[in-house]
Design a binder for this molecule. Structure first.
Ligand SMILES: Cc1cc2nc3c(=O)[nH]c(=O)nc-3n(C[C@H](O)[C@H](O)[C@H](O)COP(=O)(O)OP(=O)(O)OC[C@H]3O[C@@H](n4cnc5c(N)ncnc54)[C@H](O)[C@@H]3O)c2cc1C
Length: 442
């Protein structure tokens, strides 16, 4: 950990989710790397991932996986990006295993499950806490590296731009005091924008800051209105993050039921279709939720396959094996973002974006479940390789920054307004349907 105020590093990485960590791990030890995160190391969407990580099962699976990803994305995906992700998926899984990620097994073989939109069982998982398992093991690897320092509770509020070359970032320390981190290369790995929504499965501090900063610096954004709503979050009247009921639950056979306890849609369709069916049903029923039922499934299997979800629901007063639970759609994932090429390069020199804040085009208009952890890791590694090959050997060029312009500003309000305005400009219908004032209730 680092609590320093005048920092320079070869590579500055903003965000400690799967994308940021994996990028850092794939950089050579000869480069100094400084990472910051707005909150604690563990508070990232990556840590929360439940269902799993998709990967091509074998060579015969390529065509099906490609088609499943494109079908879910309404064929708006970048075919090159999808091809890259799928072809590199077996290697990424091998690397995760080398970091001792403990995927569930059936005997000796890795156990594969299925989710909505996937025509094959090709999702690796660790119980229903796959993200925690992957992130924790990668963080263990990170802690062994002497070339990497990490600062928690530090928020990037700007990048340093010099003739359209990125030279570092401006951040606020935990007391809100601005400081500079100069670097040869900056990697934005700040995740999605769930914190801008009233109902989201993501952490409230993940608010799409990179997007507002990119917009201010005329960096190319793409599909910023392509925002996925997850069909099934546990319904609650309380403010704050909504608990996700993973798609894998429907993959294992759970039913969606209306107020009359009847099925009303095919549960295994892609997320946007299931979400639309649930909204329509909620309107018909005059309720803010529908039900998800696992009561027809083997109770032991439910408890063993979804121990985390089972325990959480029990804490909230629902026994999944005995009764249906109320579920409602909530913001879950961001397909758009800062436009990047297949090496994570943005439209600004020396500035990369990876993970959920970037838009590689892999997901098109709608993400196929369990493709996002994979996308984050594949393109984080590719960005790291490009950085390793192209980072200048010359010393860091320090740029004068007037820190007084960052003092006393309300970046939450300022950046929220920029991002929401951009979404509204691109898609007024989405904006009116889903954007409500945020009250995270502390
Ligand atoms: C509940 C839930 C379940 C999910 N389940 C799955 C799943 O089963 N399979 C799957 O593939 N995907 C899943 N996803 C999606 C997946 O977890 C994310 O898309 C992916 O992990 C994104 O990784 P990331 O590294 O880009 O971002 P994150 O993991 O969100 O990390 C973002 C990082 O950026 C930091 N940050 C943000 N803004 C700033 C700033 N201004 N300054 C400094 N730091 C900043 C944050 O603190 C955090 O460290 C799930 C998401 C959620 C919310």
């Amino acid at each position: 950990m680092c609590d320093n105020h005048s920092i320079t590093a070869d590579v500055v990485i903003v965000g400690t989710g799967a994308a940021g960590i994996f990028c850092a791990l794939n950089l050579p030890d000869t480069l100094s790397v400084h990472m910051i995160t707005k909150d604690t190391l563990e508070n990232s969407a990556s840590y929360l991932a439940q269902g799993g990580i998709a990967a091509m099962k074998d060579a015969e699976d390529y065509d099906d996986y490609f088609e499943d990803t494109l079908r879910a994305g309404h064929y708006e995906n970048s075919r090159k990006a999808v091809d890259t992700m799928i072809r590199q998926s077996p290697l990424i899984i091998q690397e995760l295993l080398a970091y001792h990620v403990n995927f569930d097994r059936a005997g000796e073989e890795l156990s594969l499950t299925k989710e909505g939109g996937h025509s094959q069982s090709r999702i690796l998982h660790h119980d229903d806490i796959t993200g925690k398992e992957i992130t924790t093991k990668l963080l263990t690897g990170l802690r062994k590296k002497n070339n990497i320092t990490i600062t928690e509770y530090s928020r990037m509020v700007d990048i340093i731009e010099d003739n359209h070359i990125c030279r570092g970032i401006v951040a606020l320390d935990r007391e809100g005091k601005p400081y500079v981190i100069q670097g040869k290369v900056v990697v934005l790995a700040t995740g999605g924008l769930g914190g801008l929504f009233k109902h989201s499965t993501a952490f409230a501090h993940i608010t799409g800051d990179s997007l507002a900063i990119a917009a201010n610096h005329h960096i190319q954004l793409k599909d910023i209105n392509y925002i996925q709503i997850h069909p099934t979050a546990l319904y609650s009247t309380k403010p704050g993050r909504r608990f996700l009921i993973s798609e894998a639950v429907r993959g294992e056979g759970a039913y969606l039921l209306n107020a009359a306890m009847e099925r009303f849609t095919d549960e295994l369709q892609p997320r946007d279709i299931v979400t639309a069916a649930i909204r329509e049903q909620m309107e018909k029923d005059g309720k803010e939720y529908v039900y998800l039922s696992l009561t027809h499934l083997d109770p032991d299997k439910v408890r063993n396959r979804f121990p985390n979800i089972y325990k959480h629901c029990l804490k909230r007063g629902y026994d999944l094996t005995m009764e249906p639970i109320p579920v409602t759609p909530a913001q879950h994932y961001f397909m758009g973002g800062i436009e990047v090429d297949l090496k994570g390069r943005t439209s600004m020199n020396n500035l990369y974006a990876i993970g959920e804040t970037s838009c590689t085009g892999v997901h098109g208009k709608n993400r196929l479940g369990s493709n996002s952890l994979l996308e984050s890791l594949v393109f984080a590694k590719r960005a790291a390789m490009d950085i390793s090959q192209n980072i200048p050997y010359t010393p860091i060029e320090e740029t004068e920054v007037d820190l007084s312009e960052y003092a006393g500003r309300d970046f939450d309000e300022e950046y929220r307004a920029i991002v929401l305005e951009e979404i509204k400009r691109r898609d007024r219908d989405f904006y009116e349907q889903w954007i409500e004032p945020v009250d995270h209730g502390g």
